[in-house]
Design a protein. Structure first.
Length: 94
């Protein structure tokens, strides 16, 4: 199983949860959509993304992305001390 470090987590203004990778990812990550679980790879942003529909369940959708990426891509996503956050409430970060 491969491991990637998440460099940045963000909820965009249009409600998309973005997980950008330190490594900028690999072209094969684009195939994550095949799971049919709403998780996509954005090559321009170098990020996995999922539309949260602004429903307030950020932790649930974060766990969903981790699960889909692991089961479909054999890839474990990890946060580290250098991971940055944007537009995510403090209580969600903890």
């Amino acid at each position: 199983m491969s491991v990637e470090v998440v460099s940045h987590l963000e909820i965009s203004e249009d409600g998309v949860l973005l997980l950008r990778l330190t490594s900028a990812g690999k072209p094969l990550y684009q195939h994550v959509y095949r799971a049919g679980a709403g998780v996509y790879w954005d090559q321009e942003l170098k990020a996995f993304k999922f539309s949260t529909k602004n429903d307030g369940y950020v932790v649930k959708w974060f766990a969903h992305i981790l699960s889909v990426v692991e089961s479909e891509m054999g890839l474990t996503l990890r946060l580290d001390q250098n991971t940055t956050w944007a537009n995510i409430p403090d209580e969600v970060r903890h």
